[in-house]
Design a protein. Structure first.
Length: 280
């Protein structure tokens, strides 16, 4: 019988500032004022992109993937970066949501010294004055799905819909399906040929969804504000196969080659490696 093992925790923080114990007994006075809010891996350099914010400012750090993980570039922002979306065209660019209806693009390549950004125009059927919180791209960096703080979602294969709660993340699962996560406590799959989205099990209205990560075509992860990461696998239908627990809110998830899952909590970055499948 083939058995799929889960993810094995094998990491600590990237920065000494976030080296505090993940125990729930940690006092609030010892917690840092900065919060990690998003993470991504650029391609082809595999640089680690981390967004940090506090009450007055936000910064995106581009970190070398090799020890000692030095900061090779930084961008100081005048808005909160809700979501970092890496380019899928091997350009080392990233797209950042959070500046109202704008999406900003930045080059994370160490060969380009400029720290400037460009605004990317998103042509969608979204209502005016919406704040874009998340989006996903195809292999040509064409926008396939967009979510907003007002609950609007528009996709490349469906009309614009409005859901309960702010849309915290959207991901293309395959060429005909996308995942939609809401702060109202649900994740649903919207299929090209289905008129009604399908809600995923294991979530409730008081469990605020913060992020989604596609691990592979039949597997994805969901992060929540109460410190859980739910791993969904499809064995005929999507079910929760594993739950990871943390003492802090989970703000961002990203996957690398389906074998590793990076989890960003308010104070730390965790690396989980997926154990090999074994046969009995």
């Amino acid at each position: 019988m083939e058995q799929r093992d889960g993810f094995d925790d094998s990491s600590s923080s990237f920065s000494e500032d976030y080296e505090s114990d993940d125990s729930e007994e940690t006092s609030s006075s010892s917690q840092p004022s900065n919060h990690l809010v998003s993470v991504a891996l650029s391609s082809p350099s595999s640089n680690i992109i981390v967004a940090v914010t506090d009450a007055s400012s936000s910064t995106i750090y581009c970190i070398s993937p090799d020890p000692p993980h030095t900061v090779i570039k930084r961008f100081d922002l005048d808005y909160v970066p809700f979501r970092i979306v890496p380019s899928k065209t091997n350009s080392d660019d990233i797209f950042v949501c959070g500046d109202g209806g704008n999406v900003r693009s930045y080059s994370t390549s160490s060969e380009k010294k400029s720290s400037s950004h460009e605004a990317k125009t998103i042509t969608t059927a979204l209502p005016e004055k919406c704040t874009i919180t998340c989006l996903d791209l195809n292999e040509k960096d064409e926008v396939q799905v967009v979510g907003t703080q007002q609950g609007n979602v528009t996709t490349c294969f469906d009309r614009t819909r409005t859901y309960d709660g702010p849309i915290c993340d959207v991901k293309i699962l395959n060429e005909s399906s996308c995942l939609i996560g809401s702060a109202a406590g649900f994740v649903c799959i919207l299929d090209r040929d289905d008129k009604k989205p399908r809600a995923m099990p294991g979530l409730r209205s008081n469990r605020v969804v913060t992020c989604i990560c596609v691990i592979e075509s039949l597997s994805f992860a969901v992060g929540t504000h109460d410190g859980h990461v739910l791993i969904y696998d499809n064995d005929g239908e999507f079910k929760i196969s594993q739950t990871l627990r943390f003492a802090d809110p989970v703000y961002a998830l990203t996957s690398h080659d389906s074998s590793a899952l990076i989890v960003v909590t308010a104070r730390r970055v965790h690396l989980y490696r997926r154990l090999d499948r074994v046969s009995e």
